[in-house]
Design a binder for this molecule. Structure first.
Ligand SMILES: Nc1ncnc2c1ncn2[C@@H]1O[C@H](COP(=O)(O)OP(=O)(O)OP(=O)(O)O)[C@@H](O)[C@H]1O
Length: 451
């Protein structure tokens, strides 16, 4: 293993390191307290710095999964309480490390409101074991309903299912499927739901048949139970349908004791699948003889008579035998059962857009104000200038008109030239008035004095 690591490092350090990366697909290794993840899908090289275990104080055990033990712990640096998922597996070969898909999958699915947040990765250099540090959630759906005597409010059931389907839709749109939609993997913080248990997630591009084992029998879709691994993302919808029934009834719909009992329990309620669907399953079922005597199911509606019709219809569509006919996550989110929640979202959106419209209006108003002050200066400068200019022009005109034409003393004063000052003035005034011109007496006086 060391040799492989050294080779990769040499490649990375070499001049054509990027070229060399093309040869590797999802390789993780530990080097100088750093976890190096190489994914060649898009020549991405990620380095996750590792916190050490001593940075956390263990508080309590939270739960167990097939592959891990989950512990409640407190960060010594920040005091934050977290959930640490300690993987049971000890990685002994590079292939085993390569098969550990949970980290890249979690990273791909981060930043969604209904998917659990991964904070960091711990690595025990002595034992070669990974631990994943997550945000801590209050409880899972199973814990919420297990000892409950009173039914959950319909609003809550609807809201949980809407959030769960949003998480599933997001996973499916990322070309993955979860494969373990069970109440234990559905976590709650108050009424906010987040999906965990991403360890079982798989790419939809994996070649059939799927060979690895899936736990959680009660939530297993018929195609998972009956075929040799020919199933896809629609199996998550079956699981979610079983969960929807369970949070409505407070008990599981198909609690099979083993695989055969599981198939039986499904047939008892839904009846046996139609021959066309059975034929399709048969094509990919070498491990068992699919030859069921036809049976009509009892239906599940009578088990939850208090449930709204829309809810019952949604479960029916999620539990359709044929995966191709079964509703998908996007369609389920558009089911009439969720109309109210969709409307609320629309109103919220509308609220935010109204807010942004108002904000925009305010901004526009401000801008207009600024514009008004700007053009004010420009606009009012202009008329002012025009006004000033016209005043100037008028003044000029006036001055022009007032400018006395060169007059002889005789013309100016005529016969009164030698009269006394006062009479001279009056006479000149009179003269100009006679000429139809305004007399500028000041100038006139000046002229007279000069003359
Ligand atoms: N972030 C968390 N906050 C609180 N509890 C958690 C958290 N993550 C997991 N748990 C609890 O630990 C249990 C096991 O976690 P998880 O399902 O992730 O482990 P797993 O080994 O992947 O299990 P499996 O493979 O069986 O699904 C969960 O059922 C849940 O109750």
């Amino acid at each position: 293993m060391k040799l492989v690591q050294q080779q990769i490092l040499r490649d990375l350090q070499s001049q054509n390191g990027e070229q060399m990366l093309k040869h590797y697909t999802q390789i993780y290794f530990y080097y100088y307290k750093k976890l190096i993840i190489l994914q060649n899908n898009n020549f991405e090289c990620k380095v996750i710095s590792l916190q050490r275990w001593i940075d956390y104080k263990l508080i309590a055990k939270l739960g167990y999964g097939t592959s891990s033990e989950v512990i409640k712990a407190q960060s010594i640096a920040s005091n934050e309480i977290v959930a640490i998922k300690c993987m049971k597996k000890v990685f002994q070969t590079i292939d085993e490390v390569n098969e550990f898909r949970e980290i890249p999958i979690l990273r791909k699915l981060q930043n969604h409101d209904h998917i659990i947040n991964l904070f960091e990765v711990l690595f025990d250099e002595n034992t070669w074991r990974f631990s994943l540090v997550f945000e801590l959630m209050e409880q899972n759906l199973y814990e919420l309903i297990k000892d409950r005597q009173i039914l959950l409010e319909q609003d809550k059931i609807k809201s949980y299912m809407y959030q769960l389907l949003k998480a599933i839709d997001f996973i499916h749109k990322n070309n993955l499927f979860h494969r373990c939609i069970v109440p234990e993997n559905i976590l709650l913080q108050g009424d906010h739901l987040k999906l965990a248990g991403m360890g079982s997630c798989k790419s939809i591009y994996f070649q059939h048949p799927q060979t690895d084992y899936i736990d959680a029998r009660w939530y297993r879709a018929p195609e998972v139970l009956l075929t040799d691994g020919y199933y896809d993302r629609k199996m998550d919808i079956w699981g979610a349908g079983c969960v929807l029934f369970e949070i409505t009834a407070l008990y599981p719909l198909f609690p099979g004791n083993n695989e055969f009992d599981q198939i039986n329990k499904i047939h008892n309620i839904l009846g046996t699948p139609n021959p066309k669907v059975l034929d399709r399953f048969r094509k990919h079922a070498s491990h068992m003889e699919i030859n069921f005597p036809p049976k009509v199911g009892t239906g599940f509606e009578n088990l939850i008579p208090y449930a709204p019709k829309d809810l019952v219809d949604l479960i029916k569509q999620m539990l359709i035998y044929d995966p191709e006919e079964r509703i998908d996550a996007t369609q389920a989110l558009r089911h009439p059962y969720f109309k109210e929640l969709r409307d609320q979202e629309q109103y919220k959106l509308l609220g935010t857009s109204l807010q942004s419209i108002k904000l925009q209006e305010k901004l526009d108003e401000e801008e207009q104000k600024n514009c008004r002050t700007l053009p004010k200066q420009i606009l009012f400068k202009k008329p002012n200038q025009i006004l000033q200019n016209s005043i100037k022009n008028k003044k000029q005109q006036l001055q022009d008109t007032v400018k006395l034409p060169p007059l002889t003393k005789q013309q100016a004063y005529g016969p009164i030239y030698f009269q006394n000052k006062e009479t001279k003035k009056q006479s000149a005034q009179h003269e100009y008035i006679l000429q139809g011109k305004k007399a500028n007496l000041g100038n006139l006086k000046k002229n007279i004095r000069q003359k």
